[in-house]
Design a protein around this ligand. Structure first.
Ligand SMILES: Cc1cc2nc3c(=O)[nH]c(=O)nc-3n(C[C@H](O)[C@H](O)[C@H](O)COP(=O)(O)OP(=O)(O)OC[C@H]3O[C@@H](n4cnc5c(N)ncnc54)[C@H](O)[C@@H]3O)c2cc1C
Length: 494
């Protein structure tokens, strides 16, 4: 039996923020990470480290980033991104279903939390490679995200673990929490975990559940997302199998959020089923706004330019899931080849090169006649506006179904590059109901004493879709809040 003030279940970004915040208030913290040490960090480890937060301009970014370019006005254009814009983006992509109280907390706490992370040692850099295009010699940032953790997910997680060790958080690797219940006759929770095949009990007055969604659990995916999702490729950790959600529900928590929804992207057709080898974003294929997507019948099925990639990529996987054989083909020509993101150029990428539509159809296994017609119709529908990838340029292919609303250029510069893709699931949206203070709520709307949740398993922010860079930000905001609140409930106030 091990006793502490706060038990944090999970070992990713949200868990580490909770542990650091609780320790900052003087609480004795135990962190249980299911993964062995060499696989620690959950999905957070494999991220690009991109954070979405409101900022007023270069002065705010300079508080987080030491980048000479910021002082050389003229070479970068980062603009600003207000709290109202972040709120509006959250509402727009979730069709106004985002929980207003959680959304407001995210918006108001995001920038202070970025500064807090910086204070814990996390270094940030401008996300040139993900969120900017070089236009007329200037790096133009787009889509509301300008910053990522230096060294991306791996360095973010290494830094947070280092800070947790420095704050004397007791970290137990290889510890899979399996049971959560109040200890009879006390005001404490008992967390039972399997550690190296043995059962161990942990006791504390406060518990923070931060152990991810159920994206790596085929049965739960099949039950909640639909039968097709049982077979989907998983982009992140194999350890997020919904344990925290199940334990929370068993303790009386109210299920909440979009249980049928998930974050899912275009992913290399030949990627492994589980991204176990920490290949990170190697298989990500999200430059589709620059080209055209077709299915095996040769038909387009989505408006590739409906919005910036940050606002469409997380639901793009679901569109592919609806296509025959859950397969699609992203097609580009030489005009945009240099604008494709780095993963498209890595060795092992599935790619077909062809100089004609007939050759491409034959090599890729696409219905040839329809592909030829689709591309001819598309090219004929493109308007004459100038192309600018850094703004919504209104360069559209209109009068066809579906239209392409921005960045539509004729595909007429062979050799054509074709990337076969399928759906890769990132994380699930359904989970537990929390208050803006990360307190877990029961079916009657009452707070469950001493129980907190954050990260992917705390539901209500994301429905059907998601604005890129919000997962790490929400995990950090509600993780920090959960840590402070858990420490306070264990008697360690400010
Ligand atoms: C390839 C990829 C790229 C991404 N890029 C970005 C990005 O750039 N920006 C962004 O905002 N989001 C990104 N995301 C989404 C982001 O990863 C998540 O939103 C965020 O990391 C969730 O953090 P978390 O702490 O809730 O979960 P995780 O980081 O997944 O952590 C969950 C932890 O719980 C542990 N665990 C699970 N079950 C148990 C158990 N029973 N007992 C103990 N521990 C358990 C796991 O081992 C893991 O350590 C990306 C995701 C992927 C897969």
């Amino acid at each position: 039996m091990s006793e502490s003030d706060v038990i944090v279940v999970g070992g990713g970004n949200a868990a580490l923020c909770a542990a650091l915040a609780a320790a900052e208030r003087g609480a004795r913290v135990t962190l249980l990470e299911r993964a062995p040490a060499e696989q620690r960090g959950g999905n957070s480890f494999v991220t690009a480290g991109a954070f979405r937060f409101p900022y007023g301009g270069a002065d705010d970014i300079a508080k987080l980033v030491q980048d000479g370019a910021l002082s050389r006005s003229g070479s970068v254009e980062i603009g600003r991104y207000t709290g109202d814009e972040l709120l509006a983006d959250l509402q727009r992509v979730t069709a106004s279903r985002t929980d207003p109280d959680l959304a407001r907390t995210l918006v108001s706490q995001a920038f202070p939390t970025m500064q807090w992370l910086h204070g814990k040692g996390v270094q940030f850099v401008l996300a040139y490679d993900r969120q900017a295009f070089l236009v007329d010699g200037r790096h133009r940032f787009w889509g509301g995200v300008v910053v990522k953790a230096r060294g991306e997910g791996p360095e973010l997680i290494t830094t947070l673990y280092r800070a947790a060790q420095g704050a004397r958080v007791a970290i137990q690797y290889g510890a899979r929490a399996t049971e959560l219940r109040p200890q009879a006759g006390t005001l404490r929770w008992l967390v039972r975990a399997t550690v190296n095949d043995a059962s161990r009990d942990y006791l504390a007055p406060a518990v923070v559940l931060a152990c991810g969604g159920f994206e790596a659990n085929p049965e739960m995916r099949g039950a909640h997302l639909g039968p097709r999702w049982k077979q989907v490729k998983v982009r992140g950790t194999p350890h997020n199998t919904g344990d925290g959600i199940r334990m929370g529900l068993a303790a009386g928590a109210r299920p909440f959020g979009d249980w049928g929804g998930c974050h899912a992207v275009a992913w290399d057709l030949n990627a492994p089923g589980l991204n176990e080898k920490r290949l990170s974003q190697t298989f990500e294929r999200d430059s589709y706004p620059l080209g055209v997507c077709v299915n095996v019948r040769g038909e387009r099925f989505v408006d590739e330019g409906a919005d910036f990639r940050s606002f469409t990529y997380a639901r793009h996987g679901q569109e592919i899931m609806r296509q025959p054989r859950q397969t699609a083909f992203q097609i580009f020509d030489q005009k945009v080849a240099s604008l494709l993101k780095k993963p498209y150029t890595l060795p092992g990428t599935s790619r077909i090169d062809a100089t004609s539509w007939a050759e491409l159809a034959q090599k890729a296994g696409i219905e040839a006649h329809t592909l030829g017609r689709t591309m001819a119709e598309f090219n004929a529908a493109v308007n004459a506006r100038p192309f600018d990838p850094a703004v919504k340029d209104g360069k559209a292919a209109a009068g066809i179904t579906p239209p392409k609303s921005n960045w539509a250029q004729r595909l007429d510069a062979p050799p054509y590059l074709c990337f076969p893709v399928t759906c890769g699931i990132t994380f699930t949206f359904g989970g537990l109901k929390i208050t803006p203070c990360a307190e877990v709520v029961d079916a009657a709307g009452q707070k469950i004493r001493g129980l907190y949740a954050c990260g992917e398993l705390a539901a209500g922010l994301f429905y059907e879709n998601y604005p890129g860079g919000s997962g790490l930000m929400a995990g950090a905001v509600f993780g920090r809040v959960a840590g402070y609140e858990a420490a306070a409930s264990a008697g360690h106030g400010e």
